[in-house]
Design a protein around this ligand. Structure first.
Ligand code: UD1
Ligand code: MG
Length: 465
């Protein structure tokens, strides 16, 4: 007979202000790898439990919004009286919860597999504590084991004897608890300790007194159990996370020329044989096709670069879809709503926004293309500007297939230029241009023969004196 499914609720403790971060934001909202620390914990927990509850402090609207977006329920701990009180603030638990997995919002590198192993190692009615061994255990609760090696108690650093402080097995702050007796056990906890706090760790003694087995489950990967109380610790977590993400990318077949210089603040998905040069930053969701080459010091956010795209150094791409074999940069800036066709080219000091280029169109140097739709094989000369903004609204520019825009042209939108039209260099184009038509909008050149410069005239005056 199969046993009924167990409903596990993850309680994420996030009421701490994190004073040592010296931030205007709650600690768990500080950024790690492009997302708040709490988002990492919600994702890891969400992968292994049935429901989520976040315990936040008063006036933490950012925490509430993030938790709600992740589908978590909320509980507010009015004053921070300790970790035991924080779990008490989460009561009553929703109906049907059998087990509670307790996590901290500031321990964000946990992996779902690690949590799964832990929960499996603890029998259903028992109390489980994840532990790890640290060479420098300062600040953590120490694990006390009895003669049989079973978990006897957890003693906080401030309450520990020198002999207990010498122990290197520490409490990682991750627990699995049976839901039914939890409210009774929490009532039994007192604040009779060095910090005058309600320690969640005192549950061990209470559970043991009730005859409930308590299990300490060692986890070897102590690096993933680190928390962040200071900006320096946050930077250390960031380094670990970055190494992890770079290793994943390389394992997926991407060459990173100088891995330690590449920063991944989001999710990068890549086809075979992509090469990423020194100092690139990826943010949000980035999808690379096959054989994509990204030159040094590019910043790429929420973008798709299809097969064979080549990006020269110092290019900035955000919110763009780049078609196969396109060539970008150096020093190009693609902004949101840029869609480039196959074999297109966006060269140095060209900025695009809400702009579409058909296949094989190019703007090789020094141009601004905003709210523009270019057909295929359009050539945009250097110094071309779409004047898309009149101070109130934005207006579109439409260039048909095979349009040639001469250098230093000013295209005053709204404007439509028909297929195959040719705009003379230096033109200010304010009216629509028909297909296959030459449009020139500039002062005519005059050449004045026999003209003398003022200097030459002055010289002649002297000679005549
Ligand atoms: C706690 C453990 C310690 C363990 C360590 C692991 C206790 C008494 N001690 O110590 O054994 O080694 O974590 O990191 O539990 N929080 C609240 N409300 C409160 C107090 C804390 O929500 O009133 C939250 C914090 O925001 C944090 C988590 O609980 O996310 C842990 O609290 P913290 O004060 O950091 O506990 P430690 O002293 O580190
Ligand atoms: Mg802590």
């Amino acid at each position: 007979m199969s046993s009924p499914p167990v409903h596990t609720l993850a309680l994420i403790l996030a009421a701490g202000k994190g004073t040592r971060m010296r931030s205007a934001h709650p600690k768990v909202m500080l950024d790690l790898g492009g997302e708040p620390m709490l988002a990492h914990v919600l994702a890891a927990a969400g992968a292994v439990v049935d429901s989520l509850r976040v315990i936040h402090g008063p006036n933490m609207p950012e925490v509430v919004a993030l938790a709600e977006a992740a589908g978590a329920s909320l509980a507010c701990q009015a004053t921070q009286l300790g970790t035991g009180d924080a779990v008490r603030a989460a009561l009553p638990l929703p109906d049907g919860v059998d087990r509670v997995l307790v996590l901290s919002g500031d321990v964000p590198l946990l992996e779902p597999a690690m949590l799964e192993r832990f929960m499996e190692a603890v029998p259903g009615d028992a109390v489980g504590v994840m532990t790890t061994t640290l060479e420098a255990p300062t600040g953590f609760g120490r694990i006390l084991r009895d003669e049989d090696g079973a978990l006897a108690a957890i003693v906080e650093e401030k309450d520990a004897t020198p002999a207990q402080r010498a122990l290197q097995e520490i409490n990682a702050g991750i627990y699995v608890l049976p839901a039914e007796p939890l409210p009774r056990w929490l009532k039994a906890i007192t604040a009779d300790n060095a910090q005058g706090e309600f320690y969640l760790t005192d549950l061990i003694a209470v559970a043991r007194a009730a005859g409930v087995p308590c299990v300490a489950v060692p986890e070897a990967d102590s690096a993933s159990l680190r928390g962040a109380n200071t900006r320096a610790q946050l930077a250390a977590l960031e380094a670990t996370l970055q190494t992890r993400r770079r290793d994943q990318l390389m394992a997926a077949g991407v060459t990173l020329r100088a891995p330690e210089s590449v920063t991944l603040r989001g999710h990068v998905e890549a086809g075979q044989d992509c090469i990423i040069d020194v100092g690139c930053v990826f943010e949000g969701k980035v999808v690379l096709g096959q054989n994509v080459k990204v030159g040094a010091h590019c910043v790429i956010k929420d973008a798709e670069l299809q097969d064979g795209v080549q990006v020269a150094p110092l290019t900035h791409i955000e919110g763009a879809v780049v078609g196969p074999e396109a060539q970008l940069g150096p020093f190009a800036r693609l902004r949101e709503g840029t869609v480039l066709g196959r074999g297109t080219r966006i060269g140095n000091f060209v900025e695009t926004k809400k702009t579409t280029l058909g296949d094989y169109s190019k703007a090789n140097h020094l141009a601004y293309l905003g709210d523009a739709t270019l057909g295929q094989r359009v050539n945009v000369g250097a110094g071309t500007i779409t004047c898309n903004y009149d101070g109130i609204g934005k207006h579109p520019t439409v260039l048909g297939n095979d349009v040639f825009v001469g250098s230093n042209s000013t295209l005053v939108a709204p404007l439509t230029v028909g297929e195959g039209a040719f705009l003379g260099a230096g033109s200010t184009i304010t009216k629509d241009v028909d297909a296959e038509t030459l449009a020139v909008g500039r002062g005519r050149q005059r050449s004045i023969s026999g003209w003398q410069s003022p200097k030459a005239r002055a010289q002649r005056g002297k000679e005549e004196d």
